[in-house]
Design a protein around this ligand. Structure first.
Ligand code: SF4
Length: 496
């Protein structure tokens, strides 16, 4: 598919929206005028903007599989948010033309952002009632009633926790960029720990140094710790003494007992043992993740996870025995080789274990992952089935007493579906809500981590750490210099 921009550059939104209709296919953008000018395309979408005395005329003309659709709209001259209005109008025109041509109706309508609930909350903050906000989602953004109801439900379930975040609140994120093996669908920067073992001691030493520096900054700025999240990668991929090294540095540098929540993503069941659970317990960790993704052994093998379903169940029981009373389990809908029946079976077994949190992800495959080559076929074959998995999970979990409390979307997700965290009442993950709704600063430590500075005005600034462990080690001092921007951000925003 060729997407042609003529007379404007509202590129990002239109490209993102276009991909919803052609997931797995290549969409090429060109800036060369009409299809007639730029070659005879078999499949194209022409988006053109013409300014005139009576306003700006926006036209979308699309051709696909021998059929053609055209739609037009006008934006008056002199409107306050001219660019926003043009971009929005283009989005609606594109959505309507492509739905008519492809029969695809993306459930989140013209919304392309990863945080629809944040947008929903903004409507509530502007004074709309939940019903009015839902209506707005459905009529303006073309969101389905099911998804607008989900956004409304999550916005309500987040209210209490969001009220716990104040002007000087912050959360701490730690990143461990190693895993016991690489999952085939993974596009994170995570290294097989067996192959990169020699980097680990240096990495951990410098990570402790970065933790101490972040602690000093937080104290200097008088910030208030809200939550801690240790993810990656797999934090428990390292040995128990190495894990203790990191958690001790955290305990020395931050008032851990002030945090509402301290999560460690134990993630892979094959990395969990009694010693590591003890280290976490003694360090004050309150919540862990043990992620099955699926409890179907043949699917686990197909995606390159070197553990069995039985190991997940064992790890879960061990964690319970060691006193962990807040456990999250991640599932993925749409894994290659999984079926609706297999997914339902996994969900039933997970629910029977009774974790406090269940997070249901929809498979996202980036071309950079080991599954990149199967990308297109994987998507087209499974859209309906994956939709059914996601709907089934929502229904069963909500009936079983787990309520949706946070949601985010990613690019390249099958059927453009979302990821949703469900929790038993009182067990919602504070960190997940804080990061997703961008209500306060996240001080982030470790390779690939991104510090996100949030001012009360909503202004956001990011500081990126080096992605790869070897870069993180080699250019540590350079990276730490960049982190001085944390203090200057607070000074410039009058928060120091
Ligand atoms: S456990 Fe997570 S981070 Fe590690 S390879 Fe698998 S998907 Fe990637």
């Amino acid at each position: 598919m060729t997407l042609i921009f003529d007379g404007h550059s509202y590129r990002y939104e239109l490209e993102s929206l276009c991909r919803f209709f052609f997931t797995g296919e290549t969409v090429t953008s060109v800036f060369r005028g009409t299809p007639e000018d730029s070659g005879d395309y078999e499949a194209y979408i022409l988006t053109s903007l013409r300014r005139g005395e009576g306003g700006t005329t926006l036209t979308v003309r699309a051709r696909y599989r021998g059929r053609e659709e055209q739609a037009q709209d006008k934006v008056p001259n002199g409107v306050r948010d001219y660019d926003h209005d043009c971009e929005y109008a283009f989005g609606v025109l594109l959505y309507r033309a492509l739905s008519a041509l492809t029969g695809v109706f993306p459930q989140w309508g013209v919304l392309t952002g990863i945080r629809p609930v944040k947008l929903f909350r903004r409507l509530l903050d502007e004074g709309k009632s939940p019903e009015e906000a839902r209506k707005y989602f459905e009529e303006q953004y073309l969101v389905t009633p099911e998804k607008s109801a989900l956004a409304a439900c999550i916005a309500e379930n987040q209210r209490r926790i969001l009220s716990l975040s104040g002007e000087k609140s912050y959360s701490l994120y730690l990143s461990m960029p190693f895993c016991p093996s690489r999952c085939r669908y993974c596009s994170f920067v995570s290294h097989n720990i067996e192959k990169t073992k020699r980097l680990v001691p240096d990495y951990l030493r410098l990570m402790c140094e970065e933790i101490r520096a972040a602690g000093r900054q937080a104290r200097e700025l008088g910030l208030r710790l809200a939550s801690i999240y240790f993810g990656g990668g797999t934090p428990t991929a390292v040995t128990a003494p190495q894990l203790r090294q990191i958690l001790d540095a955290v305990a020395e540098s931050f008032p851990v007992s002030d945090a509402l929540e301290y999560t460690v993503e134990a993630g892979r069941p094959d990395t969990i043992d009694r010693d590591k659970l003890r280290v976490m317990k003694e360090a004050g960790v309150t919540r862990i993740s043990i992620n099955p993704q699926t409890l179907q052994d043949e699917v686990l093998r197909a995606i390159g996870r070197n553990h069995t379903a039985a190991q997940t169940v064992e790890a879960f029981h061990l964690a319970r025995e060691m006193g962990f009373d807040d456990i999250n389990m991640d599932l993925i809908a749409g894994l290659p080789g999984d079926t609706l029946a297999g997914f339902r079976d996994t969900l039933s077994k997970v629910m029977a274990l009774g974790p406090e949190n269940v997070t249901v992800h929809t498979l996202t495959v980036k071309r950079s992952s080991d599954m990149g080559g199967e990308y297109a076929s994987l998507y087209k074959a499974t859209e309906e089935e994956v939709s059914a998995m996601v709907d089934h999970a929502r229904q069963r979990l909500m009936d079983g007493g787990w309520q949706p409390y946070y949601l985010y979307r990613q690019k390249n997700t099958i059927a453009n579906l979302e990821n949703v965290g469900y929790a038993k009442s009182g067990h919602e993950s504070d960190y997940n809500i804080f990061i997703m709704e961008e209500v306060h600063t996240i001080l982030a430590v470790g390779a690939g981590a991104v510090t996100k500075l949030v001012a009360p005005t909503g202004k956001i600034e990011r500081i990126y750490n080096y992605k790869y462990p070897y870069e993180y080690i080699d250019r540590f001092d350079q990276m730490m210099e960049r982190k001085n921007r944390v203090v200057s951000f607070y000074e410039h925003n009058g928060l120091k």
